[in-house]
Ligand binder design. Structure first.
Ligand code: G3P
Length: 218
């Protein structure tokens, strides 16, 4: 499974990229708003992220009609070779995905909460599909179970192009573990959860013991 960072924060991206295991970044309008960025700086900000990351970077359209999504998607895709256009799953989004994917533009279909949504996204040409775990849990549904169903259903078929499932709305290291065990291709993880993925109390204890014992050697 590949690790993407789910953020629009440049310093978080720079730091995690320096760890050596980052394969991509996903953003959305809320994450950009959280940076304090303004509309006029949006495209420049995405371009900066694309320059920092050796891998796909998802930037989301905000238009609500297919023509607007296509126009915005083309503009975003032109920012950098590694730009992926993120589009919400809905009738207009599927139609826009068909157009953009037929032009060779990679689409990440987002806000996916069901198997039919995922299959339709893949049929419309989406290169990435993003089922949300945490937000499904938030409404007392089974986010991981839904992800597992989507992984199974999508892997049952050949869509004539590569399709990767991005486990999104990840809230914990356990989400990452379970997503990997069920064969999700990618987990997009927020910075805080990414740090939790590295930590383990036994690793910390082991390090302290090695350090203490080394002091005796010295
Ligand atoms: O990639 C989608 C993700 O950003 C949604 O996460 O935590 O807002 O549910 P969250």
């Amino acid at each position: 499974m590949k690790f993407f960072l789910d953020t629009a924060d440049l310093s978080e991206i720079e730091e995690v990229a320096s760890w050596g295991a980052l394969a991509g970044v996903t953003t959305n309008p809320s994450l950009y708003a959280r940076t304090g960025g303004k509309l006029e700086d949006f495209e420049g900000h995405l371009k900066k992220i694309c320059d920092l990351v050796d891998g796909p970077v998802s930037g989301e359209v905000t238009a609500e009609d297919r023509d607007g999504m296509v126009e915005q998607g083309r503009k975003l895709a032109a920012l950098a070779d590694n730009m992926v256009v993120k589009i919400p799953v809905c009738v207009e989004g599927l139609a826009a995905t068909r157009t953009l994917s037929s032009e060779g533009i990679d689409v990440n279909m987002t806000l996916v909460f069901s198997v039919p949504q995922a299959l339709l996204a893949a049929r419309a040409g989406a290169r990435y599909i993003s089922p949300f775990i945490g937000r499904f849990d938030d409404i007392a549904e089974d986010g991981l179970g839904q992800l597992e169903d989507i992984v199974t259903a999508v892997k049952n078929y050949d869509f004539g192009h590569e399709v990767e499932i991005i486990a999104a709305s990840v809230r914990s290291a356990n989400h990452v573990t379970q997503a990997a065990l069920m064969g999700a291709d990618i987990a997009t993880v927020p910075y805080a959860a990414m740090k939790k993925c590295i930590k383990h109390p036994l690793t910390d204890q082991g390090l302290a013991k090695f350090k203490a014992d080394w002091e005796k050697v010295k």
